[in-house]
Design a protein around this ligand. Structure first.
Ligand code: NAD
Length: 482
């Protein structure tokens, strides 16, 4: 990393900073990926000295890194850190911050690791102190709004102070190695691309299932729900990476233009599809991995009368020549049977079978969590007499081939911001197109007063989710034995 930098993290004492950002920066530093003179300045509300703050980070690194840091690496990293106590609503303090940043010849990055209600005072504060110079960058954490209008308001505000090229809207799913690998698999090989279309693909399923409930974030989640928390951003980004046309290059805008085309080609909702093609659910109490867990409505911070969905499954189509008619199923949920995030491409069955054994469709499964790997389900002859076929899977476990350490998603994305590479960040028009597609669903739920269907904690969601895939003559990956 050749550029010297000042990375200012607003919300630098928060949960996200401690669990994800500092561990990611530490790993990058240990690998000598950060400029030697680079500084990391945490700006937050608590009154802390630099030393107290460093002790907090040291504690977090010991808790959240895969293995405890060595004393030498820890000391080197902590020396980069400083703490700036501020109330973001106090405009005077931005001028003080400016004095410290102006004295240096370095790339300044502002990372807003705070809730969106703090975006306006921070952006106004940076602007009034003249800190939004054209060579700075600003990183925005999700959620970027709670509907189309509020996301437009945020973007309008950000773009009144920064140019679009300075804005990095983060979606950490795009930083995952396997998502990058999807580009390599599709466009670095000739094997898959001829099959990657309506002629050969039967359906596509994208799932992000969590076993956790709302943990300590009940109040936040209850005003958010699965659609805003997962579908509008992560699931749609994964859908775009799966379905996009080959970009002309890896240029950031070439990739993002193709993603945008997918969002624009998503089939618009009708009253019929809003009713038939979406399953909302909310978990009831149940047993997960042998432990009794409470119902969502009984979680701390959640209203007992809550109507928020903790599960969502939907069917959509991409109205273009490559994908016309192919069902795309998106699904996410909390307190599900397993923690897994995966993209499953199911291929059509052979047009004629010469075997007595039933043929399961070939499936390419790209797993992002808990492991990152790619698995191909194929039919093979079972050993022994006769011609009995059985499903087997071939694993492309990249660990066997590469010995380099895999970067964590936040690590890759933070390094990309410092380098000035926005390929893996959402552009304004992408975010807007995603919200435009999501908004009719939100409106429908408001006007129709539909309650989410119940599902037991530790299950795969309400039974209606299975009916959704069954209508297309298919089934969810785990129902097919995946
Ligand atoms: P948090 O509540 O743990 O931390 C909030 C931070 O903001 C603290 O550092 C606090 O000091 C600071 N802050 C609050 N009010 C302030 C004020 N008036 N002036 C100065 N600083 C102030 O929140 P978090 O979990 O770290 O989340 C931050 C943002 O990131 C949220 O928008 C959240 O939705 C998003 N996010 C969080 C996670 C996660 O895993 N925690 C994941 C993805 C996105």
């Amino acid at each position: 990393m050749n550029t010297n930098f000042d990375l200012v993290i607003f919300g630098g004492t928060g949960d996200l900073a401690m669990r994800k950002l500092f561990p990611a920066l530490f790993l990058a530093d240990t690998d000598a990926r950060l400029h030697q003179g680079g500084r990391i300045i945490a700006a937050a509300r608590q009154a802390l000295t630099d030393e107290e703050f460093r002790a907090k980070v040291s504690d977090a690194l010991n808790r959240f890194l895969p293995k405890p840091p060595s004393a030498a690496n820890l000391e080197k990293f902590l020396a980069r850190l400083s703490y700036f106590a501020l109330d973001v609503n106090n405009p005077v303090q931005y001028a003080e911050m400016k004095k410290s940043l102006d004295a240096r010849d370095s790339q300044t990055v502002f990372y807003l690791s705070v809730g969106p209600t703090l975006f306006p005072p921070i952006i106004n504060g940076l602007r009034s102190a003249g800190l939004n110079t054209p060579d700075t960058r600003i990183v925005l954490e999700k959620p970027l709004g709670r509907d189309l209008q509020s996301s437009r308001d945020i973007n309008q505000l950000v773009l009144s102070a920064f140019a679009e090229s300075q804005v990095y809207r983060i979606d950490h799913y795009l930083g995952k190695e396997t998502v990058q690998n999807l580009l390599a698999l599709r466009f670095g090989n000739t094997l898959l691309e001829p099959l990657w279309n309506r002629t050969w693909v039967r359906d596509v399923q994208i799932t992000i299932a969590e076993t956790v409930g709302v943990e300590t974030r009940g109040e936040f989640y209850d005003s958010t729900g699965a659609m805003r928390d997962m579908v509008q951003n992560h699931l749609l980004n994964l859908l775009c990476m799966t379905a996009m046309e080959p970009p002309s290059s890896l240029d950031p805008d070439a990739v993002r233009d193709e993603k945008l085309q997918v969002l624009r080609s998503l089939k618009p909702w009708t009253q019929q599809t809003l009713h038939d093609d979406i399953v909302r659910g909310q978990y009831r109490g149940g047993t997960l991995k042998g432990e009794a867990v409470p119902a969502y409505a009984a979680e701390p911070g959640v209203s007992p009368q809550t109507e928020t969905e903790t599960f969502l499954a939907l069917r959509t189509e991409i109205a273009n020549w490559r994908w016309g008619g192919v069902p795309f199923f998106l699904r996410t949920g909390k307190r599900m049977a397993e923690r897994r995030a995966e993209i499953v491409i199911s291929f059509k069955s052979p047009p004629h079978s010469i075997f007595e054994s039933p043929l399961a469709p070939n499936r390419l499964v790209i797993t992002l969590q808990p492991e990152e790997n790619v698995r191909l389900y194929t039919m093979a002859k079972a050993p022994g007499d006769g011609m009995r076929l059985r499903e087997v899977h071939l694993d492309l476990d990249f660990k066997d081939f590469f010995h380099e350490r895999r970067q964590d998603a936040y690590e890759r994305l933070l390094l990309d911001v410092l380098r000035g590479n926005p390929t893996l960040f959402m552009r304004n028009d992408e975010a807007d197109a995603a919200w435009r597609w999501v908004q009719p669903m939100l409106d429908h739920w408001t006007t129709s007063n539909l309650s989410p269907a119940a599902y037991g904690a530790g299950s795969w969601g309400p039974p209606a989710a299975s009916r959704l895939t069954a209508r297309d003559g298919t089934a969810w990956h785990e129902e097919l034995g995946g």
